[in-house]
Every structure is written in C-alpha cells, then in structure tokens.
Design a protein. Structure first.
Length: 593
C-alpha cells in the first residue's frame, strides 16, 4: 500500500514515463542489433576469406612441387630430345611424386619420328596424334603456363586431373606437350582442410560449377555446385565464376568463391551465419532482458521521482500562494502609503511656492526700507550742513536779529520736515517689526531649514525696535529743539545772551543728527544685508521647490510601480492558486484510480 502510494500516477502520467523509456529501449536494441549484425558480417567475411585463402595455399602447395618437377622435365627433354632419356627423366620425377603420373608427347606423331612416353609405361595406339587430345588445347591456351582439365580417363579407369604445359622450340613453335595426371580422389584428400564452421561446406569446382572434389564421391564430375547451394546467384553461374573473389553474406548464410592459381578451378564455401552467432544470440537475448529490466527500474525510479517532484511542487505552490498573498497585501499598503506621501509632497510643494512668493515680497519690502534709509541718511547729512550754516548765522545775529529770527523759522521748518521723516522711519520700523515677526513665525514652521532665517528675522525685529526707540528719542529731541527755537525767538527779541545757548544747542543738535545719520547708515546697510539674505533664501527656496517637485514625481512613479507590482502579485497569486488546484485535482484523480 505504501509503495502504491509512493508511485501513485494516473495512466496518462504512467504512459508519459513508460513510452519514452520503451522508445529508448527499442532504439538501443535496434541499434545494437544492427551494429552487432554488421560486426558479425565483417567477422564472418574475414574468417571465410582467411579459410578460402588457406585452401588456395593448400591447393597451390600440393601442385607447386609437381609443376616444378614438370618444368625440369621440359628443360631436360628439350635439350636431349631423346625418347629413352626423356623416359628416364619422367620416371625420376614420378619417384619424387609417387601419386603422380608424368608424360611427354611430341607434336610429331610416332610415324613422323615423334614419340610419347610416360612414367608408368603408358602405351598409345598406332596413329596417336597429340593435337587431338583435349589437354593439348588447354596447354596451348595457357601460353607457357600450366593448364588444367579434369575428366574421366579410360587409361586410369578413374576421374583424373590433367596438368599440361606446352614446350616451345627455338623458333617459338610448339615442340611437345608435357604434363602429369593425378587422381581426383588424391587431390581432394590432399587439399581438404578444416571446415569453416560446423555446418559449412567447402569444395572445389570447375569453371562450369561441376564438382572436382566433394565429400560425396558420386557428386564429382556429375553434380554442379548450384544444384545444391542456397546462393541466390545460381541464375547467373557464369558471372559467379568470372575469376573475381567474392565474399558475401546473403540472408542467414555466407558465401565465398576464389580461383586458385592460374587453373580454371575455384574454391567455393558457404554455411549458415548461425554457426558464428550462437553464443552471441545468448548474449544478445541476455542484453535485451537486462535492458527491459533496466527500463522497468527506470520507470519505477522516474515514477518515484515524479511523485516526489509533485509533493515538492505542491509544497512550493502552497508557499508561493502564501507569499503572493503577503506580497499583494504589502503592495496594496505600499500603494496607499505612496499615494498619501504623494499628496503630502504636493501640499509641501504648494506651501514652498507660497513661501517663495512671500520671500520675494519681503525682498521687495526690504529694498524699499533700504531706499528709505538711504534717503534718511541723505536728509540727515543735509540737516547737519544746515546746522553748520545756522551756526554761522548765529554769529551774524549780532548784526541782524531779524535775520536770526528768519533763520530760526527756517530751522523750525526744517525740523518739521525732519519730524515727517522720523514719522516715516517710525512707520517703516513698525512694518519691519511686523514683517520680522511674521518671518519668525514662518521660519519656526519651516523647521531646521528656517533656523538661519529665524535668526535674521529676530535681528531685523531687534533693529526695528532700536529704530523705534531712536525715533522716540528723536521726537523728544525735536520737541526740545522746537521749544529751544521758541525760546530762541523770544530770547532773540530780548538780547543776544541766549544766542550763545542757541549755538550750544545747535552743536548738540549737530551731534544728534550725526548719531541719526550713523543710525540711518546702519539701517541702510542692515537692509541691504537682509535683502541679500532674503534673495539667497529665495534661491534656496527655489532649489527646495525643484527638489520637492522631483520628489513628487518620484513618489508618483513609485506609486505607479507599486500598482504594477500589485497587479503582478495578483497574477502570480492566480497562478499559485491554479497550480495548487491542479495539484489537488491530480491527487484526487490518483486517489480515485
């Protein structure tokens, strides 16, 4: 039950695992069979070729000694041309080759002075003509080489092999035919070798396919090779014995044919390939069986592996589903947070824009204050110069009291002007104080970025307080000057004693005006500094505004990216749910099966 659960698979899944393994097994077996068949074919051909070549060497070795003895006979016979001498030579050659009968026949007949002799005292009849013998033409056609023919011969009373050679005289004419005769049984016994395989045959045949050696003696010179062979080339016998070596594997059999030496005889061999493949078939069957077992083992292992993979996929699918849920929730929260941040940044941008506009307005106001301060300083300098002139005029009071009274009136008018200026300064100082107070409030709301601006605003407020205090004192002084002027007018009417007091007062007034001038210059300088600082603050505000706009753009992009991530998380969540449901359906299907 546990094993069944371990490899629980649907039929479709089982076939998906089994079919590829079977295809691989069939392919491997088919390929192995083809390769092995090719190797067997090559091996069989090599072994058959080696055997046939050994047979050829065996036949040639059997005949080569006899042929060399025949060549020696030809040399001696051609030199002596004496019947008795040639006969002795033939008998000596026969002693060396005791299974062979040598003969020598001149082209001229005995009636014409020719002769025929043999090593076994073979007698020919009257009128014997060598040119009428079948082995004569064979020797002439061989053109100086040994020629052969096999047939039944009445003289020997058996099936024999004639090996003959033409002997030429000095002018190149055929002088005689020499040769030797061997019984085919001797030749067959002497050249029969070991069989290629248990069920093989190896025989010698004539050019027309007739047996010249066979284990069944009755087949020699009576039966043809193609009558008993399984070769499919029997329809074209002449092409099969065309002198070319042939080594073939046709169907389940092998065939071979080879001509030996220069004789018109062939070595033929054939047999079943099964003689060479018996052990191989056992190994092949064992290999196929092992392959089937391995395929089954691979199917089981694959089934177990797929089941483990399914379990791992189910676990991963559950984890993926949970993680995608968390990711979707987190991305939604990030999207909401980023949207809030985007709105906050936009509000900050709007506030900074208002602050920037306010800074520009303050800068304009401070420039106006600076202009007024410069004008005040100029007026004070003019007042000082007037006081100097008044001092000069006071010395002339003695000469003309009326002129003094006019000068005092003129001084009163100028004091009135100064009163207006002081009033203006006092008003500007009040406005600067109010602006400085508002600037302190804005700097406090700006936090760390407005710290320095808060300090400057505080200083401006202090300076405005100082200006207000100074103007109060100026007002009191002006009042005193007016009183002094009135007293001076009264005194001028009574005498010149008060003129000296007026001069002293004028000098004090000059000092006060000098103090006012200095204060006006300080006010102008401070206004210029405040203007520069406000301008720098305006530049910084513009940079902060640009940065906040970039931050706003980045937050919007982040919001869009978060929305995209949220959409992707939802897609992944859908995939995870689909995977989880698919695994569940597979499990349900496996359980049903």
């Amino acid at each position: 039950m546990k094993f069944k659960k371990m490899i629980s698979m649907s039929p479709k899944q089982f076939l998906l695992v089994l079919i590829p393994m079977l295809l691989v097994g069939v392919f491997v077996s088919f390929s192995f069979n083809n390769v092995t068949a090719t190797l067997i074919k090559r091996n069989v051909i090599e072994r058959v070729k080696a055997f046939v070549e050994n047979e050829d060497v065996s036949c040639d070795s059997y005949l080569i000694g006899k042929v060399r003895s025949l060549e020696m006979v030809n040399v001696e016979a051609l030199a002596s041309r004496n019947k008795r001498t040639v006969e002795n030579i033939l008998k000596n050659a026969a002693l060396v080759n005791d299974d062979t009968t040598y003969f020598f026949a001149t082209v001229e007949t005995p009636d014409e002075g020719g002769f025929f002799v043999s090593s076994d005292d073979w007698e020919v009849g009257i009128g014997f003509d060598v040119t009428t013998m079948d082995w004569y033409q064979t020797a002439v056609d061989a053109e100086g080489n040994p020629g052969g023919i096999v047939r039944y011969d009445e003289h020997f009373g058996d099936k024999v092999m004639f090996i003959t050679e033409a002997v030429y005289d000095d002018v190149g004419s055929v002088y005689a035919i020499s040769g030797f005769v061997i019984l085919l049984d001797y030749f067959s016994d002497a050249t029969s070798g070991v069989l290629i395989s248990d069920n093989s045959i190896s025989e010698k045949v004539n050019v027309d396919g007739t047996y010249i050696s066979n284990s069944n003696k009755q087949y020699v010179l009576s039966e043809k090779y193609f009558s008993h062979s399984k070769i499919s080339a029997k329809e074209d016998e002449s092409s099969y014995f065309d002198g070319e070596e042939k080594y073939e594997v046709i169907g389940n059999n092998y065939y071979a044919v080879k001509r030996f030496s220069n004789y018109p005889w062939f070595i033929v061999a054939e047999g079943p390939i099964s003689d060479f493949t018996g052990d191989f078939k056992k190994w092949f069957s064992l290999t196929i069986l092992i392959t089937i077992v391995l395929i089954f083992c691979c199917v089981v292992i694959n089934a177990i592996s797929m089941n483990k993979m399914k379990m791992a996929e189910r676990v991963l699918g559950d984890k993926l589903h949970a993680e995608t849920l968390n990711l979707a929730t987190a991305t939604k929260e990030n999207a909401a947070t980023s949207q809030d941040q985007s709105a906050s940044v936009k509000e900050m941008v709007a506030t900074m824009e208002d602050t920037n506009n306010l800074s520009e307005s303050i800068s304009v106001k401070i420039k106006d204050v600076s202009a007024v301060a410069h004008k005040t300083s100029s007026d004070v300098i003019s007042g000082v110069e007037s006081l100097g002139k008044n001092l000069e005029k006071l010395h002339d009071i003695f000469d003309a009291n009326q002129n003094t009274i006019k000068g005092i009136k003129s001084l009163g008018e100028k004091i009135e002007n100064i009163w207006d200026i002081v009033t203006l300064i006092n008003s500007v100082a009040d406005q600067a104080k109010i602006i400085a107070f508002n600037a302190e409030l804005e700097a406090s709301s700006a936090g760390e970025a407005g710290k320095n601006f808060h300090i400057v605003a505080t200083e401006i407020r202090r300076l405005a307080d100082g200006i207000i205090d100074g103007t109060k004192e100026i007002k009191s002084r002006i009042t005193e000057i007016q009183q002094s002027s009135d007293s001076l007018i009264l005194a001028s009417e009574s005498g010149t004693e008060k003129i000296n007091e007026g001069c002293e007062c004028a000098k004090e007034l000059e000092q006060k005006f000098e103090s006012i001038r200095n204060a006006s210059e300080i006010t102008a300088t401070s206004a210029e500094d405040i203007t520069s600082i406000i301008q720098q603050q305006a530049v910084a505000s513009e940079q902060m505004l640009a940065t906040l706009k970039q931050i706003a753009t980045g937050v919007e992009n982040f919001t869009q990216s978060t929305e995209n991530i949220s959409a992707a998380a939802q897609v992944v969540q859908g995939i995870a749910e689909e995977l989880s449901s698919k695994k569940l359906s597979d499990e349900v299907g496996g359980a049903d099966e």
